[in-house]
Design a protein around this ligand. Structure first.
Ligand code: FEO
Length: 420
């Protein structure tokens, strides 16, 4: 194993292109939500051209010392003509203020969406006259080297972009196509097996933005590509296109065609009352043609598989008893897991039995609205054992929600025809 972690040397990844990042093998929890079994890397790169030097991204602030040592091994500060920030999150911009102080000739290039954020990260006076926003197709010349920019927003912040070194067919991809995996051997053909980490990173960082993933892939796939240099994890020099294909696969539809309307009913029940309500909700929804209805007892599964279903569903109905003035924990657990998928605009509803207060239903409805689901049909509560009338209300809740699904599709068709 090359002992990169114990030297301050840069690593050549292509002719006159160097990795000057930092290894963080002790990291176990990133941004609170991401776990990593062997740490992460903060990848920064230097591109030397005949008329200038560019630095692509920096590192987390407390890794600045090792970053600057590696940087100094491949260039002088007065040679640095351009700094590119593909992404402004502090794990990549932490050393930026000091870099801009040390490299007085450098101009900073970043996406238009990054402009507002940048002002919150760095003293604006330091960047006076040195900031340049770049968009898809813009280029900067380093003499015999050319950097081309691709605006790829929401991967996973609004500001994210990719930078392409044309002469080497090399893509600096930022967080996109990266992963939290720390291995001093650096290159994907030399490090340990990191497939699980690559997929995990996608699932927790990129998955809510899969339409943006598709847009970015549309931009990048046509490029000649010999190497992908992400901002975290291994440098992808062996079969780099496999990683684009993996993102295509991970971000594609996994269940069914988009033409199928799907409605999922999730419930958990202590004594059978909420289960009977759930069955009534599902049977009401089934009365509506063209809507595929599924009924799941949350108690019978881990959350993960449900999240896959939810990502592709059109309507989500949750049943929870009220216990101690609250919905029950498994329901909250499932709802909290929805932060990794885009549920905006789906239909939502709630129901459940209760003893004396029944807070669960409005609390779940409120949570659904905060997740930006639409909740067009009022929830149903039943005190203890549901009556026939309350079960009829449950059937109506399912039926009305399903009708909203079908009705929404029809309204769109009419609108399109009107536009035509
Ligand atoms: Fe690696 Fe979004 O920062």
């Amino acid at each position: 194993m090359t002992p990169i972690a114990h030297t301050d040397k840069a690593v050549a990844i292509a002719p006159q292109v160097f990795w000057v990042g930092a290894l963080d093998p002790a990291m176990r929890n990133f941004d609170i939500i991401l776990r990593t079994a062997n740490g992460t890397t903060y990848n920064s790169y230097v591109v030397r051209g005949s008329t200038g030097v560019a630095v692509i991204d920096t590192v987390k602030e407390n890794f600045s010392a090792t970053f600057f040592e590696r940087l100094e091994s491949v260039c002088r500060y007065d040679e640095i003509s351009h700094v590119v920030l593909n992404h402004l999150e502090p794990d990549h911009s932490g050393a930026l203020p000091e870099l801009m102080r040390r490299a007085p000739k450098a101009r900073l290039h970043f996406s238009p969406q990054g402009f507002v954020m940048l002002k919150g990260l760095i003293d604006p006076s330091l960047l006076e006259g040195r900031m340049v926003t770049v968009n898809t197709g813009d280029r900067i010349s380093l003499g015999d080297r050319t950097l081309r920019f691709f605006n790829t927003p929401f991967l996973h912040w609004p500001d994210t972009q990719c930078t392409y070194l044309e002469e080497e067919n090399l893509l600096f991809s930022g967080d996109f196509l990266g992963c939290h995996f720390c291995d001093a051997r650096l290159f994907n053909d030399q490090v340990g097996d990191f497939r699980f980490s690559f997929d995990y990173y996608y699932a927790h960082i990129m998955r809510p933005f899969r339409e943006h993933v598709h847009n970015a892939l549309d931009l990048i796939e046509p490029l000649p590509l010999e190497l992908i240099a992400p901002a975290h994890g291994p440098v992808l020099r062996e079969k780099p296109r496999d990683y684009l294909a993996r993102y295509r696969g991970l971000s594609g539809s996994v269940l069914h065609g988009a033409e199928t309307r799907t409605l999922l009913v999730f419930y958990i029940s202590a004594y059978g009352a909420t289960r009977r309500m759930a069955e009534a909700v599902a049977s009401g929804a089934e009365e509506v043609d063209e809507v595929r209805v599924s009924l799941y007892d949350i108690e019978g599964s881990e959350t993960g598989p449900f999240v896959d279903l939810i990502e592709e569903a059109d309507a989500l109905i949750f049943g929870s008893p009220t216990i101690n003035g609250d919905a029950v924990k498994p329901v909250w657990d499932l709802l909290s897991s929805l932060t990794v998928v885009n549920v905006k605009g789906k239909l939502g509803a709630a129901f459940g039995s209760y003893g004396w207060s029944g807070e669960a239903v409005p609390m779940v409805e409120d949570r659904l609205r905060r997740l930006k689901l639409r909740v067009p049909v009022p929830g149903v509560k039943a005190r203890l054992v549901p009556t026939d009338d309350e079960l009829a209300q449950c059937r109506d809740l399912g039926r009305q929600t399903a009708l909203h699904l079908v009705g929404r599709a029809q309204a769109r068709t009419i609108d399109m025809a009107a536009l035509g």
